[in-house]
Design a protein around this ligand. Structure first.
Ligand code: ADP
Ligand code: ZN
Ligand code: ZN
Length: 731
């Protein structure tokens, strides 16, 4: 046993273990949470010290010294370290990779964790003493001086207000303004940039219930437009006033610039953004500013759940049902579930908000773990949109649109309102088929058909991104009649352009919004309030406010009724209700037309009669009977390989190993190996093995020894495999 101190280090590698190193030759002994540059094989990697120890099971002669310490003080405090360790254990993912996921790219690559000085410009006493309009003859300087009379401004603010460096320097030379360095603010007496709204009784009750000290999870369950965001804002205001920070998670910021703008408008405090639209450097700044306590509000997507907070006060997860909180590859964590751990660890309140809460969260309410706060009325308008079925059996449809839907859409436009057509499929047609021999355009790499796109004209696999030219004739029989079957957003757009030729038709899907600028331009046009028709995919269902949309048409509601995925109905209901929530938010009576071939289906009937919560209650009863999550716990072992039998055999062996450790029982069940819903994707054959347990603890205890055995299987190196804990897609 070595007498000196060793460093136990998490290194970003697929190996699920830690590595011991001797401290670097120079400098003080690094502490847990500090980054180190370490030799690893023939590479140099950035690792994180997890603990200092004097014991190792590595041979002492083989111990290598770390090359350098990258931080003077720990980058991860004790609590973030504990969060990362817990996440690595719970999701069975290497700790070093968890740290990598938690860090912005530059810090992951080993760049120094230093913040440039936070400079603000302030008017001096001399400046204040001058009359307005001074200095005479220098209009720009006078304007800037006026701006700074209202408060300090950052160099970026000054530039954004249209003042050049030379104007600023001229004022500085005259000692009318000065640069000050910003330290961490202690408290904010008045953090508000605009007054808060007077809350209605339901909102007040919710705010009061949230505003407790210590750990508590609140499910803020309020219909779209019921004022959930207003409740978040006021809960945050109280934390800010007490000198604490707020962490706000949102599904996809790019889609909801309005939400972010609302936070920035409401508060005078610095707000940090962490999402994929922010450049690496900006994300690093935001990360370090949050850690230093400078940014008092942090708004970010999934990975922001790891944002460091100097004075954590509250966590908010908006649209908690959104599946984007669960990462679907690599480190398959749920940011919502980690937020629960984190709030508990920090002993602070957590608010999960949604108009269509996940069944998991509703079950947690029933079990008494979360408090249920409901907002049943819209805050600013009178009624919720009405959901009406449109039976399309045996009806002549125009590119998927029923006659009644077209009438309603035209009527809305005539009244000067806007309409929205929801179709969850992009491109022109999902199938290109030969009329003579039945040939279909299929992806050569996947078990999937290729979608025909018109803008630009090509075939596209939506599963692996493979693209190819559209053939002029059938490759098999040389027939020349290729039929375009089914409708996507492009086809609906083309039809609407014919039906309402004098009204703008805006298509909003991934193809038409490749850049934020394109999306913003369309949102701006919608916000003018002029009549128009929006056609789009589920991008339209997320968080937007379209106050002038009165009529919503949902083209095909049936997808979720007959899917083998046990979550499909829940997801379908959420989508319908979220899309419906876009309608009728001002004083327009909204109507939502739900086109279906199965209007009598009990799930649709329940949704129409009792709303989302009626259906959710029924689905929960069924899940309980079927012992499906959230009434049991699921783990998938996914495997894929170029040769199908490799993946299948690996899973068979994995199952044998598992059954040796824990024989199957009603409390602990195995299913598989099964082919994945799409068996072949990107030239790989995909299979899965499903484990389902009554006890989460038992499942968690079982996983590490099982994975150790998996790693020892020869096939484990010939197939790609992954553990998916609490999978969102169980197929
Ligand atoms: P949600 O987040 O639940 O969709 P919002 O907070 O965005 O709801 O509120 C919807 C609309 O109602 C917004 O325009 C908001 O300004 C307004 N609003 C919210 N609360 C109130 C209130 N107490 N009084 C008046 N208007 C309100
Ligand atoms: Zn043919
Ligand atoms: Zn493909």
């Amino acid at each position: 046993m070595p007498s000196h101190t060793l460093l136990r280090v998490a290194v970003p590698s697929p190996l699920r273990r830690l590595f011991d190193y001797l401290p670097p030759a120079r400098g003080p002994l690094p502490a847990p949470g500090q980054r180190l540059l370490v030799p690893f094989g023939n590479q140099q990697l950035v690792g994180v010290v997890v603990e200092c120890t004097s014991q190792t099971d590595q041979a002492e002669a083989k111990l290598k010294a770390a090359l350098a310490s990258l931080d003077d003080t720990p980058l991860f405090d004790e609590q973030l370290l504990a969060l990362a360790r817990w996440a690595a254990r719970y999701y069975q993912y290497p700790l070093g990779e968890v740290f990598s996921a938690a860090l912005p790219a530059p810090l992951r690559a080993g760049e120094p964790a230093t913040l440039p000085a936070q400079v603000r410009w302030q008017i001096t006493v001399e400046g204040l003493g001058l009359p307005e309009g001074a200095p005479k003859g220098a209009k720009k300087q006078a304007q800037l001086l006026n701006l700074l009379r209202q408060g300090t401004r950052s160099p970026a603010d000054i530039q954004a207000a249209g003042f050049s460096k030379s104007v600023l320097n001229a004022l500085a030379d005259k000692q009318l303004v000065q640069a000050i360095e910003l330290a961490e603010p202690q408290t904010f007496d008045c953090p508000l940039g605009e007054p808060a709204l007077a809350l209605n009784p339901e909102q007040s009750a919710a705010l009061q219930a949230i505003n407790t000290t210590g750990y508590q999870v609140s499910l803020l369950d309020g219909v779209t437009g019921s004022g959930k965001t207003e409740v978040y804002l006021q809960a945050i205001a109280q934390q800010l006033a007490a000198g604490r920070q707020a962490l706000v998670l949102v599904p996809e910021i790019g889609l909801t610039p309005q939400t972010v703008a609302r936070f920035a408008r409401r508060f005078k405090v610095p707000v940090g953004l962490m999402h994929s639209g922010v450049a690496d450097g900006g994300r690093q700044q935001a990360w370090l500013r949050a850690r230093a306590g400078l940014d008092r509000i942090v708004i970010g997507t999934r990975s922001a759940v790891f944002a460091p907070l100097k004075h954590p006060g509250i966590i908010i997860v908006d649209e908690e049902h959104d599946t984007s909180y669960k990462q679907q590859e690599g480190f398959r964590y749920s940011a919502r579930d980690l937020a629960v751990f984190r709030a508990h660890q920090l002993q602070i309140p957590l608010v999960l908000g949604s108009a269509t809460p996940s069944l998991e969260s509703l079950a947690n309410v029933s079990a008494g773990r979360y408090q249920h706060l409901r907002l049943r009325k819209q805050a600013a308008s009178n009624q919720l949109a009405r959901l009406e079925p449109v039976d399309i059996r045996n009806q002549a449809l125009q590119e998927g649109l029923a006659g009644e839907s077209i009438q309603q859409l035209k009527a809305a436009l005539r009244r000067g309102e806007q309409a929205l057509v929801f179709i969850n499929r992009r491109g022109f047609a999902p199938l290109l088929m030969c009329h003579f021999c039945g040939w279909q355009a299929k992806c050569p790499r996947c078990d999937a058909r290729m979608t025909l796109h018109h803008h630009p004209y090509h075939l596209h696999c939506h599963h692996c991104d493979h693209q190819r030219r559209v053939p002029n004739q059938c490759p098999d029989c040389k027939g020349s009649e290729l039929q375009q079957i089914g409708a996507g957003t492009e086809r609906t757009e083309a039809l609407l352009n014919q039906l309402v030729p004098n009204t703008p038709v805006l298509r909003i899907d991934r193809d038409s919004t490749r850049s934020q600028k394109q999306l913003n331009a369309m949102l701006d046009q919608i916000n003018t309030g002029e009549p128009c028709v929006l056609v789009g995919t589920q991008m339209l269902a997320k968080g937007h406010h379209f106050p002038r949309v009165s009529t919503v048409i949902i083209l095909d509601a049936d997808g979720g009724l007959f899917s083998p995925d046990f979550r499909a109905t829940e997801k379908m209901a959420q989508l319908i209700v979220q899309v419906a929530g876009r309608a009728g938010r001002e004083d327009l009576q909204g109507r939502v037309l739900l086109q279906s071939h199965h209007v009598e289906h009990p799930y649709l009937q329940l949704l129409l009669a009792k709303g989302y919560h009626g259906l959710a209650a029924q689905l929960l009863r069924e899940r309980r009977l079927a012992e499906l999550p959230p009434f049991s716990f699921m783990v998938l072992l996914r495997a894929e390989s170029k040769r199908a039998d490799n993946a299948q055999q690996f899973l068979q062996q994995a199952r044998q190993q598992a059954e040796q450790l824990l024989p199957p029982s009603p409390q602990f069940r195995y299913l598989g190996p099964l082919p994945a819903a799409m068996e072949k994707r990107q030239d790989r054959f995909r299979f899965l093995l499903q484990l389902q347990a009554h006890s989460r603890a038992q499942l968690q205890q079982f996983l590490p020894p099982w994975i150790e055995r998996l790693e020892a299987l020869a096939l484990s190196r010939r197939v790609r495999w992954a553990i998916d804990v609490d999978p969102q897609e169980a197929h």
